[in-house]
Ligand binder design. Structure first.
Ligand SMILES: [Zn+2]
Ligand SMILES: [Zn+2]
Length: 321
């Protein structure tokens, strides 16, 4: 009887954490080696559901309006992930006000890649242990599938390790967004639904509808965004060139830089994490940096940290591997 009761309690807890991700997690150990490396199905059902919902494109059909919004939502939210979750919350490569910090956290949360504290805490751990056994998403330690998405579905990585982000955890609004990490994604999906509903009645010539916009603008866009982002954890430690002799296997890839708006210059970034810019040379396209520069001209963010000339000069290397 006891194992059944424990099993049921665990399933119930998983469902509660779909809504309140911090519920009862104070005693839950966090980090590599603290749990079995396997998928916790009950906890990741919503994540799988977002993927499954993409199949509804065959039901709701196609319109250029819906596909255009899908692409726009990909680009805007990729910028929020790389510019805000990564270059601000994880690395603090520029400064801003508390109000804009909150807005950046909300924008990042629309990407449905969990809360800002969870994202930054895992990313800081990645830099601490890059391609070592403690690196939760190293393809060299745990294989391609695990580095791409397996690690996200495992119990040992669900909890936010607040010890990694004390500078962020002191803000109540950031803790709130991190704890209730499905709230903003739910509102984003609802916004797409109502956008489709409005366009369906005000501009019927566009041929879209509430459900069509929900499926393309939220579900398809979110899944593409998720896998685009995850290439940096998996592929950017496998494909491309190594300019700088870092202690890990990070690489520079222009294809991944296009997909992720500049994050593909990953070897540059591992070599020098403190700069806002990751494309170190003018020909290294870094759309996120251009966007952040624009925000700085508008006065919303400031003190963007440059790449020092001696860092850029580094110890050039062009060989593969
Ligand atoms: Zn980083
Ligand atoms: Zn990396």
């Amino acid at each position: 009887m006891q194992p059944v009761r424990t099993f049921l309690r665990h399933q119930f807890q998983s469902v509660v954490r779909w809504f309140d991700s911090w519920s009862g997690t104070r005693q839950v150990p966090v980090g590599p080696g603290t749990g079995p490396k396997r998928v916790e199905w009950s906890r990741v059902l919503p994540f799988l559901g977002v993927h499954a919902m993409c199949l509804f494109v065959f039901v709701v059909g196609f319109s250029w309006a819906a596909v255009g919004v899908c692409l726009a939502m990909y680009l805007v939210r990729m910028f929020a992930v790389t510019g805000f979750y990564h270059r601000y919350f994880s690395h603090k490569t520029f400064r801003t006000s508390r109000a804009v910090q909150f807005l950046m956290a909300v924008a990042g949360a629309t990407a449905t890649q969990r809360g800002p504290l969870w994202w930054a805490s895992h990313h800081r751990l990645h830099h601490k242990h890059s391609d070592q056994p403690e690196d939760v998403h190293s393809p060299h330690q745990h294989g391609l599938w695990w580095s791409h998405m397996g690690w996200i579905t495992s119990g040992e990585n669900f909890r936010t390790d607040l010890r990694q982000v004390p500078d962020l955890a002191r803000y109540a609004e950031l803790r709130f967004l991190d704890r209730f990490d499905t709230l903003v994604p739910f509102l984003t999906g609802a916004a797409m639904f109502f956008l489709g509903m409005a366009l369906g009645s005000w501009a019927p010539g566009l041929g879209t509808s509430a459900f069509q916009m929900l499926v393309w603008g939220y579900f398809v866009s979110t899944v593409l965004l998720f896998h685009g982002t995850c290439t940096i954890n998996s592929l950017s430690h496998l494909i491309g060139r190594r300019r700088y002799p870092t202690s890990d296997q990070s690489r520079n890839s222009w294809i991944l830089a296009l997909v992720t708006l500049g994050e593909g210059w990953h070897n540059n970034h591992h070599y020098y994490q403190a700069s806002t810019r990751q494309g170190f040379f003018w020909w290294e396209l870094d759309v996120t940096y251009y966007g952040l520069k624009l925000l700085s001209w508008l006065g919303l963010i400031w003190d963007l940290r440059p790449v020092p000339a001696h860092v850029r000069a580094g110890a050039p290397r062009t060989r593969r591997g």
